[in-house]
Design a protein around this ligand. Structure first.
Ligand SMILES: NC(=O)c1ccc[n+]([C@@H]2O[C@H](COP(=O)([O-])OP(=O)(O)OC[C@H]3O[C@@H](n4cnc5c(N)ncnc54)[C@H](O)[C@@H]3O)[C@@H](O)[C@H]2O)c1
Ligand SMILES: [Zn+2]
Length: 370
């Protein structure tokens, strides 16, 4: 299995991302830079019984003093109450500016812990140990940290880079298959927007079972790609928007279906099929692209159809409110071909038409019902 270490350029400096199958069993030396310090391990109730003890034992062995806080699992943990509880815990544990927090878990734990790290004592050291595929390929790198506000997701946040990201792809073996699928949706997205070879590799594997042994390489490639985009556009003012391929419709589906009904990565899959169809109608995306995306998603048992009941009329209003909307034009991400993407401003009325055409288009024979 290849051991991969990538250096992600960041502000204030570069940080290493170590990606290995079995890393947790030999992780202790990675904590040497924290020797003599305290590290607050923040995790959730599902991840704690599986991996917390291995992390605390490794910290102990490296001469680091661990303290552990276990939070409820799920999106509702990314809230002000839990953040406040976390600040209390850090204060009670005597965490100072030279100590660190370590996020052990998925994107929820990573985002909340990162936001606490960014703000506690005006910023303390931050380590990410992501344990979901989505967190490994997406949320643990790039420096976006946040909690939700009752009025919307990720409304309170910061740009704050970790000092170290440690990824053991073996943790994916305990992850629910649906959660793995949601991460795969984002992996396939990277292939679509930036890397035809990655897309073709996943296409050639043809199933989750065949792809699993390649996780270290696949995760590494996704992080490398995200790293390049984030380096060009650290504060999300331009290029970074291509990472939102499939997300215009995805956010609308998540809104309409209710968060939790459909996982974010699943909604992105449906959104990518739609964005390919829109791109073709706009004369940007070659006509065979939509069917290639449909096929790869079907091979990986991922959804491709808008859930029944979610009509264009129900979905469009939240698309127009999406953060990429500006005035009467909505910026969407289109593929020029697999592996190359750009943002395209589309008049809101035109996008509404495209949405309506989508709902009335005949369904594919091999469509994966969702
Ligand atoms: N910061 C960013 O750039 C960024 C990017 C994308 C998504 N996000 C955020 O990430 C969050 C979603 O993250 P997620 O999909 O990882 O969800 P999550 O953190 O809720 O994890 C999903 C579920 O899997 C469980 N779990 C985690 N690792 C496990 C393992 N190895 N074995 C068994 N169970 C495990 C968790 O307890 C949870 O129940 C959202 O809040 C989203 O806004 C942030
Ligand atoms: Zn996403």
């Amino acid at each position: 299995m290849p051991d991969v270490q990538i250096r992600i350029p960041g502000n204030p400096g570069e940080y290493p991302v170590v990606i290995e199958s079995g890393l947790l069993s030999r992780i202790s030396p990675r904590f040497k830079p924290f020797e003599g310090r305290k590290v607050a391990v923040i995790t959730d109730e599902n991840v704690a019984p599986l991996y917390a003890e291995r992390i605390t034992a490794a910290l102990d062995a490296a001469g680091v003093r661990p303290v552990v806080r276990v939070l409820p699992a799920g999106e509702t943990t990314k809230c002000m109450d839990q953040l406040e509880g976390l600040y209390d815990f850090l204060l009670t544990s005597g965490i100072t500016r030279t100590d660190a927090v370590l996020a052990l878990g998925g994107g929820v734990i990573g985002d909340l812990t990162g936001y606490a790290a960014a703000t506690f004592l005006r910023g303390i050291r931050f380590i990410q140990v992501p344990t979901t595929l989505l967190a490994q390929v997406d949320s643990s790198v790039g420096g976006k940290v946040a909690i939700n506000h009752p009025r919307g997701k990720n409304l309170l946040g910061a740009f704050y880079q970790p000092e170290l990201v440690l990824i053991d792809t073996d943790t994916l073996s305990t992850l629910d298959e649906r959660q793995v699928g949601a991460g795969l949706g984002e992996v396939i997205k990277y292939g679509c927007i930036l890397d035809a070879a990655l897309f073709e590799r996943i296409e050639a594997c043809g199933s989750r079972e065949n792809l699993a042994p390649l996780y270290p390489e696949i995760v590494a490639r996704c992080i490398e790609l995200k790293g390049q985009v984030v380096f060009e556009d650290p504060y999300d003012r331009g290029l970074r928007m291509i990472l939102n391929f499939g997300h215009t419709l995805a956010h609308a589906i998540e809104n309409a279906a209710g968060y939790g009904e459909i996982l974010h990565g699943e909604a992105v899959c449906i959104g990518m099929v739609a964005a390919a169809a829109w791109g073709t109608r706009l004369g940007i995306t070659p006509p065979d692209t939509e069917s290639r995306i449909r096929h790869i998603l079907t091979d990986y048992s991922l959804p491709i159809e808008i859930p029944s009941g979610l009509t264009a009329e129900r979905l469009f209003p939240s698309m127009a409110l999406d953060k990429k909307a500006s005035g009467k034009e909505i910026r969407i991400v289109c593929l020029e071909k697999i592996g190359r993407s750009r943002t395209v401003p589309v008049p809101a009325v035109r996008l509404k038409e495209l949405m309506e055409q989508l709902s009335s288009a005949p369904r594919c024979q091999d469509a994966n019902p969702f």
